[in-house]
Ligand binder design. Structure first.
Ligand SMILES: Nc1nc2c(ncn2[C@@H]2O[C@H](COP(=O)(O)OP(=O)(O)OP(=O)(O)O)[C@@H](O)[C@H]2O)c(=O)[nH]1
Ligand SMILES: [Mg+2]
Length: 446
């Protein structure tokens, strides 16, 4: 599919680029991520649109320079590299004001884009479905409008050929705000239609009583790999930031035979542009309406905790009303990629997973822990719970402890020879318990 880059980045070749990460020298709060990790992630974003980053630098600044962000000395130094290496594009891993962007382009003599621009560019290239395109175009237009851009070539290309020097001439395209507003309105209307269709489908699903289970998580956490494993599909999963953009929904069968729908969607990232969150609301509303949210994280990543925080931040922005106590939607913390952990760390995390319904350690790659995830989903849905009476001999304290951990005990009576407990169990839990006790010790009450 041909794609016109709104930022005039050629799609057909590896564009030579430099990457600049800027951080506050006087940062008092401890950084949630190291500078190296932030650069690593920004390089991953650049790679996602095939940029050939020949140089990268982290620049400490005390105060943001309103004209160039990094100050004239830094601009001069970078300009030397740009000239010597024949660099076509400078990526700033931060947000630039339109003035900073323009001054940097003049000072560096090459095209400049910031983090939002980079992410929009990736999304633009990835979107495949009509809905995805609508969402990206809307985000892009809002971004451009908010910045009073000098060039707008995406939907109305007026110049031929590529080439950054000088960039698209300012005088060539007279930006017509009204025209942009008109297009925004049209896109919003089209998206509204998409939303209506989606909500119709959703209503049908609710009526047919098929619960939705949604995968969310940081980009590259392994959502699509897990989706493929659970649904036996082959959706695009790759070591690439934002590999998935368009949502996919497929049915899966739980161990108790019940069918649920699993949805895979766009991943999150730190400093996700707000326009993007807003534009993807239609897709992500699927998440808000899910019965169960599987929050997939890459446990082997250095920034595991920071990434989880970022995901919650986006969920908050979306006003997803998740509840760890399994009200609605239930949230299951899925720690993926345990195959990459050293043995001792892996054992510790698997142990923790065995003790909780809301935390599952697994490897989408090897399949380890998948059964446990399916059981947790089943439990989260409160599937087919029935009441049982269980007579436990004193020596089976371990099973009693298990019952308490799973929160299934509703009544307890201790006698001389053991304990009688009333339990609400789903079929999988019943299977587990009945296999652990003598025949005749467990009976259904209702
Ligand atoms: N070792 C290992 N690698 C995994 C595992 N799960 C996923 N991966 C790899 O991680 C990379 C990203 O996987 P994806 O499934 O595309 O991740 P995603 O969360 O869908 O990413 P986006 O669509 O970009 O948001 C791929 O290279 C996968 O092969 C796992 O359990 N173990
Ligand atoms: Mg994916």
């Amino acid at each position: 599919m041909s794609y016109d880059s709104p930022f005039d980045i050629p799609t057909s070749m590896h564009t030579k680029a430099i990457l600049v990460h800027v951080y506050n020298k006087r940062q008092k709060e401890p950084l949630t991520r190291t500078i190296e990790a932030s650069i690593e992630e920004a390089l991953g974003l650049a790679e996602a649109i095939d940029l050939d980053v020949c140089y990268h630098q982290a620049i400490p600044i005390q105060k943001k320079n309103p004209a160039t962000l990094i100050g004239s000395g830094n601009v001069e130094n970078l300009c030397q590299i740009v000239t010597a290496e024949d660099v076509k594009l400078a990526v700033f891993d931060t947000t630039l004001t339109p003035i900073q962007q323009r001054n940097l382009e003049t000072g560096l003599k090459c095209k400049v884009i910031d983090r939002t621009g980079l992410i929009l560019e990736i999304f633009g290239r990835r979107a495949r479905t009509a809905e995805g395109r609508l969402q990206v175009d809307l985000a892009l237009l809002k971004h451009l409008r908010s910045r009073l851009v000098r060039a707008w070539t995406h939907l109305e290309r007026q110049r031929g050929g590529f080439g950054f020097t000088g960039g698209p001439g300012e005088s060539q395209i007279e930006l017509d705000r009204r025209m942009i507003d008109g297009k925004i309105m049209k896109l919003e209307k089209d998206l509204d239609q998409v939303k209506r269709t989606r909500s119709l489908h959703r209503k049908q699903r609710i009526r047919s009583d098929v619960p939705m289970v949604a995968l969310v998580g940081y980009t590259n956490a392994g959502k699509s790999t897990l989706f493929n494993r659970l649904t036996n599909s082959d959706v695009f999963a790759k070591d690439l930031l934002f590999a998935t953009l368009d949502p996919t929904i497929r049915p899966i069968k739980l161990p108790n035979g019940r069918t649920v729908l699993l949805s895979d969607t766009v991943g999150f990232i730190s400093n996700l542009p707000t326009q993007l969150v807003a534009a993807f609301r239609a897709t992500l509303e699927e998440v808000c309406e899910a019965s169960v949210i599987l929050h997939v994280s890459d446990v082997a990543h250095d920034d595991h905790e920071a990434q989880k925080k970022d995901v919650f931040h986006v969920l908050d922005q979306l006003e997803v009303d998740y509840d760890v106590e399994f009200v609605k939607p239930a949230l299951i913390d899925v720690c993926n990629k345990i195959d990459l952990l050293p043995e001792d760390m892996k054992n510790a995390i698997v142990n923790r997973s065995d003790r909780s319904n809301q935390f599952v350690a697994l490897s989408a790659h090897t399949g380890e822990g998948i059964d446990s995830l399916l059981l947790s989903i089943q439990e989260a849905l409160h599937e087919d719970v029935a009441l049982y009476q269980l007579n436990l001999p004193i020596e089976n304290g371990a099973l009693l402890a298990w019952c308490y951990r799973r929160g299934v005990v509703s009544k307890r009576e201790d006698t001389d020879c053991g304990t009688t407990v009333t339990l609400s169990l789903n079929p999988a839990q019943y299977d587990y318990v009945s296999q652990a006790v003598a025949v005749g010790s467990i009976a259904k009450i209702s």
